[in-house]
Design a protein around this ligand. Structure first.
Ligand code: S3P
Length: 172
C-alpha cells in the first residue's frame, strides 16, 4: 500500500474524521496539516490569517507538506485549499496518493453551519451567503480536486470502502 495517503476536499468534507479512522484501520499515523501548521507557527489558523494573511499561511502549509513527504505510513488530512496552491496537488500525487472526498455545495453548507471549527474564509457568513460562497469557490477548486488519484463520494463514506480501494489498487 502507498506510504502516504492524502485526503483532499472542501472544508467540511470530513477529511479529519475519516482520516483518523482510516489511519487506525491500516496502522498508519494520522496527521492533520492545519494542526501541524498551528503547532509550528505557535498560533491558530484564524490567527495566522489575521496577523500574516492567507499567502503566508499557504507558504507555511507548503513547508509542512514538504516535511511530510519524508515521513512514511501516514494518512494526511489536508486543508481545503491545500491542493489549490503552490503546486501542492502535484507534490502530493508524486509523493503519495490523493483521495478527493467529494460532496455537493448544499451538503457542505449543512456541515459547515453546524461545525464548531473556526474557519477564516467563511467567518460570520449567514446561510444564503455561505451557500453562494461554497458554490463559487468549489467551482474554482474542482480543477485541482479532480487531479486526485481517486475520487470518492463523501456522503456516508465508509472507511472500509477506502481500505478496499487502497487494497485493490496497489499499483497506483
Ligand atoms: C481552508 C481550509 C481549512 C484551513 C484554512 C483554509 C481553505 O481547512 O486550512 O482555514 O482554504 O479551504 P479545513 O478544510 O480542514 O477546514
Amino acid at each position: 500500500m502507498q506510504s502516504r495517503i492524502f485526503l483532499i476536499g472542501f472544508m467540511g468534507s470530513g477529511k479529519s474524521t475519516i482520516g483518523i479512522k482510516l489511519a487506525r484501520k491500516i496502522g498508519y499515523d494520522f496527521v492533520d496539516m492545519d494542526h501541524l501548521v498551528e503547532e509550528t507557527a505557535g498560533m491558530t489558523v484564524p490567527g495566522i490569517f489575521r496577523e500574516h494573511g492567507e499567502q503566508v499561511f499557504r507558504k507555511w502549509e507548503h513547508d509542512i507538506l514538504m516535511e511530510l513527504c519524508h515521513r512514511e505510513r501516514i494518512v494526511v488530512s489536508t486543508g481545503g485549499g491545500t491542493p489549490c496552491h503552490n503546486q501542492m496537488i502535484q507534490i502530493m500525487n508524486e509523493k503519495g496518493i490523493t483521495i478527493y472526498m467529494r460532496l455537493p455545495p448544499e451538503a457542505l453548507k449543512e456541515r459547515l453551519i453546524k461545525s464548531k471549527t473556526e474557519r477564516p474564509l467563511i467567518k460570520g457568513m449567514a446561510e444564503p451567503e455561505l451557500l453562494e460562497f461554497i458554490t463559487s469557490l468549489l467551482a474554482d477548486r474542482e480543477k485541482y480536486y479532480q487531479q486526485a488519484t481517486y475520487t470518492v463520494n463523501g456522503i456516508n463514506l465508509d472507511t472500509e470502502e477506502l481500505v478496499r480501494l487502497l487494497e485493490t489498487n496497489q499499483e497506483k
